[in-house]
Design a protein around this ligand. Structure first.
Ligand code: PRP
Ligand code: MG
Length: 212
């Protein structure tokens, strides 16, 4: 019998809630953070614990059939992939922020300026749409420190509670998108495995309805 391969964030903000929702739909998986792979006991499913940013490519290549992933990551790296269900947790925004003392009040004010971000595609799309030219400085983490160390005039990163912005003396000037965890599938998924996804989706819908 075929098994559904599903990617879940290995560690980070989505991990716990992803495992929780699998449990709520009646799929028990050993939550082994040290393992990279685990099988479900009562559903033909294998969980692969992967790094967020790698998941879109694994989906595209059909290495995994499905993933629980932040929509923000899909928009940045997997705009071609299919969202099956929005899962209602890990809600966040991808926003532009500048130092509190800055005169800038919108993205337009960053014309010709430097923006530090881990989301270059998302920012570029937005800049193009708004006909604004800015210089992107791509960094992988601790983006909010960039203005303080003179690396950038503004940043674009995830805002969840807002505490990282606050701690770094930044103010949000533009929300580029709102995101939550989603279930996405591979374009290469087999018919058998798609049937398993349909089952999962059916269960998810009833769990999500119960949460309302
Ligand atoms: C993430 C994100 C923001 C912050 C947002 O960073 O990049 O910096 O969380 O959350 P908040 O609004 O609740 O403060 P993370 O702590 O994961 O570290 P990293 O950027 O170094 O990967
Ligand atoms: Mg950060």
């Amino acid at each position: 019998m075929s098994k559904l391969k599903i990617a879940v964030q290995k560690s980070g903000r989505l991990h716990d809630d992803s495992m929780k929702i699998l449990k709520e739909i009646g799929i028990s998986v050993d939550n082994g953070k040290d393992q990279l792979k685990a099988s479900a006991r009562n559903f033909p499913l294998e969980v692969f614990y992967l790094r967020n940013g790698d998941i879109p490519q694994y989906l595209r290549d059909g290495v995994v059939d499905a993933a629980i992933i932040g929509e923000n990551v899909l928009i940045e790296k997997g705009n071609d992939l299919t969202i099956v269900e929005r899962l209602g947790f890990s809600k966040c925004k991808v926003s532009i922020a500048v130092p509190k003392s800055s005169k800038a009040n919108s993205l337009k004010d960053l014309e010709g300026k430097r923006i530090a971000t881990s989301y270059p595609n998302t920012v570029n799309q937005f800049l193009e749409k708004e006909h604004i030219k800015a210089n992107l400085h791509i960094i992988n983490g601790s983006v909010e420190i960039a203005p303080n160390i003179g690396l950038a005039d503004g940043i674009c990163d995830i805002v969840s509670s807002g505490s990282t912005l606050f701690k770094n003396g930044l103010k949000e000037v533009e929300v580029l998108l709102k995101s939550e965890a989603v279930l996405a599938t591979s374009p290469k998924i087999s018919t058998d495995n798609q049937a398993l996804i349909d089952k999962i989706q059916f269960r998810l819908k009833s769990v999500l309805k119960g949460r309302e």
